[in-house]
Design a protein around this ligand. Structure first.
Ligand SMILES: *Cc1c(COP(=O)(O)O)cnc(C)c1O
Length: 218
């Protein structure tokens, strides 16, 4: 019999265009639930807390690709750098520099996405559009950081028109930066969650981060 989690994953996949990656956001959920998703073929998982991510990574299969999607303090980069697949939500120059430092120690490039602030809420972090050219200039000097794209979160609102216009803005900024980068590397636009991923995909998302529609409410 299919488990609920398996069903949810199969259903989501059936609705997603093949080029869009599904990241299963498993924060606060116990390891056996992640294992159910794994058994349904899920390999990309997203976590928000450093300690929780490290604990789970140690217990789960090595072929999982871990995405760190929460706010990240620079001083915690070192704990996830050895194994993290992609750090979404890089939102400060100091985090970029710390990623470079940890990448150098490990002699590998640490993958990240630049978080851009498109929502109306002041509380959502991310760079403003006018800061992006400076940020990408800084990135050029960071040999051990590989910026693979952009991450954005829309406002938490029922207003679909607003959500769509925020995603559209994120896509426009992503495309603008992409023109100055190697498009084989810079090709990730992470946007869309349980409540708004359909709109995000219509507006050009390549990676959606879905938690509650897979694992249930938190
Ligand atoms: C928790 C979280 C998600 C998943 O949210 P759901 O609404 O449960 O799908 C996606 N992105 C980020 C950054 C999150 O913190």
């Amino acid at each position: 019999m299919q488990s609920r989690i398996e069903e949810n994953i199969f259903h989501l996949r059936s609705e997603l265009p093949p080029h869009v990656e599904l990241i299963a956001v498993s924060k606060t959920k116990p390891v056996p639930m992640l294992m159910e998703a794994y058994e349904a073929g899920q390999r990309h998982f997203g976590e928000n807390y450093v300690q929780e991510l490290c604990d789970k990574q140690a217990q789960l299969p090595a072929d999982i690709q871990w995405h760190f999607i929460g706010p990240l303090q620079s001083n915690k980069v070192k704990y996830i750098a050895p194994f993290v697949h992609l750090i979404h939500g890089v939102a400060s120059i100091s985090t970029l520099r710390e990623m470079n430092k940890q990448g150098q120690k490990l002699n590998k490039k640490i993958g990240g996405l630049i978080q851009i602030h498109v929502a109306q809420e002041e509380t959502k972090s991310g760079f403003e559009s006018h800061e992006l050219s400076n940020v990408m200039e800084e990135v050029k000097n960071l040999e051990y950081v590989q910026i693979r794209g952009v991450m954005a979160m829309a406002s938490f609102t029922e207003n679909e028109v607003q959500v769509r216009s925020e995603f559209r803005k994120a896509y426009a900024l992503f495309s603008q930066i992409k023109e100055t980068q190697d498009g084989h590397i810079f090709n990730v636009l992470s946007m869309g969650m349980s409540g708004d991923w359909k709109i995000a995909v219509e507006e050009g998302s390549t990676h959606i981060r879905v938690g509650s529609s897979i694992f249930g409410i938190r």
